[in-house]
Design a protein around this ligand. Structure first.
Ligand code: SAM
Ligand code: SF4
Length: 335
């Protein structure tokens, strides 16, 4: 049955079980990745519009009673929101929640990583689009010392025992495509799970359309540097397809929203920093949870409405923002 049923988990009208919520805690960021955010930033959501941590926990508590099991905190850059460990602690106290992960650019992990881990976060995904210090300035549009900070953040993640460690690399033809072998080589020795992500078109990155690179061509190149075989991949909730070099410590994954969409196995919804429940990363369908939270406190009727409207698939198309439903950047909804 479609909708929210006690004990039955949350199913949408296409029979997909939704047990995973990606929560954006802020739309702001300390980087300006070229495919994600304009240098001048965006029209930021007013802080007064943000859900408080108590409100986020209330949403999760209610959805957990209906089958929600896994959480990812994202943004913008989630670690720039003050006192993030307090949110992690509130969420980890909800008995049904089995997994709390964070997507981050790693820059603030040396500062906050141990508090986040102690509060109950178990895993981090780190964005890293280049291994070349001088390139960081072009790709993340911040000085090279931010690259050093990112690498220190990755070291901190390993030292603190965040595991498995997933590295997200967005493929850009002519900008970082020459590094795919180098990224993949790392997985032979270190337990990194490097995932190559296809560029997704949004309103502010259409000028990069000709930089789109399909993961198929990357896999072909990687087969030339080793015995690359399909693999189960690390634990997680994502849409990546994994491979592994014989005897490697880590894996290589591909995330292919354009070349091979995986909407039929979608298990997720997204909560924006201002309390909109979005049923697809792209498209216009969203339901406001903040108003019911602040009136009756009961969000489940709105969650039920969202589930009913979850689209069967996204309609992304290279070169146009139409399929992204008016989104300027993924940082507005958490990626
Ligand atoms: N700041 C955190 C980070 O970078 O991991 C979390 C937010 S970021 C929006 C989440 C993920 O979305 C990152 O892995 C980023 O590389 C990816 N991303 C952002 N815009 C994208 C786009 N247009 N196409 C593909 N991936 C994108
Ligand atoms: Fe910031 Fe992440 Fe977007 Fe880069 S991808 S600008 S780190 S939100």
């Amino acid at each position: 049955m479609t909708g929210v049923q006690r004990g039955a988990g949350m199913k949408d009208q296409f029979g997909r079980r939704i047990d995973y919520l990606r929560i954006s805690v802020t739309d702001k960021c300390n980087l300006r990745c070229t495919y994600c955010m304009p240098v001048e930033g965006l029209d930021w959501i007013d802080r007064a519009e943000f859900l408080t941590y108590e409100e986020i926990a209330s949403v999760v508590r209610q959805m957990a009673g209906q089958g929600l099991r896994r959480i990812r905190l994202t943004g913008g850059e989630p670690l720039v929101r003050r006192d993030l460990p307090d949110l992690v602690r509130l969420l980890s106290e909800i008995p049904q929640i089995e997994d709390i992960a964070i997507s981050t650019n790693a820059i603030l992990l040396p500062q906050f990583g141990s508090d986040l881990r102690d509060a109950g976060a178990s895993r981090v995904n780190v964005s890293l689009d280049t291994l070349k210090r001088e390139r960081f300035r072009d790709l993340a549009r911040r000085p090279e010392r931010f690259f050093d900070a990112t690498m220190e953040g990755i070291d901190a993640a390993e030292r603190l025992g965040f595991s498995p460690l997933k590295i997200n690399t967005v493929l850009l033809k002519g900008l970082n495509e020459d590094e795919v072998e180098e990224f993949a080589e790392i997985t032979k020795k270190r337990p990194w799970h490097v995932r190559f992500i296809e560029l997704m078109p949004t309103g502010d990155n259409l000028h990069l359309s000709e930089r789109f690179l399909s993961t198929d061509s990357v896999l072909k190149r990687l087969r030339a540097i080793g015995d690359l075989r399909p693999a189960a991949g690390p634990v997680g909730n994502g849409p990546a397809t994994y491979f592994q070099f014989a005897g490697a410590a880590g894996t290589v994954g591909v995330i292919t929203p354009l070349s091979h969409n995986y909407c039929d196995r979608c298990n997720r919804m997204r909560l924006t920093a201002d309390g909109k429940l979005r049923t697809c990363l792209f498209g216009t369908h969203e339901v406001d949870l903040r108003a019911p939270l602040r009136s009756t406190g009961d969000v489940l009727p709105a969650v039920r409405e969202a589930l009913r409207g979850k689209p069967e698939r996204h309609l992304l198309q290279l070169g146009t923002a139409r399929g992204s439903g008016g989104l300027r950047a993924l940082s507005q909804v958490g990626g």
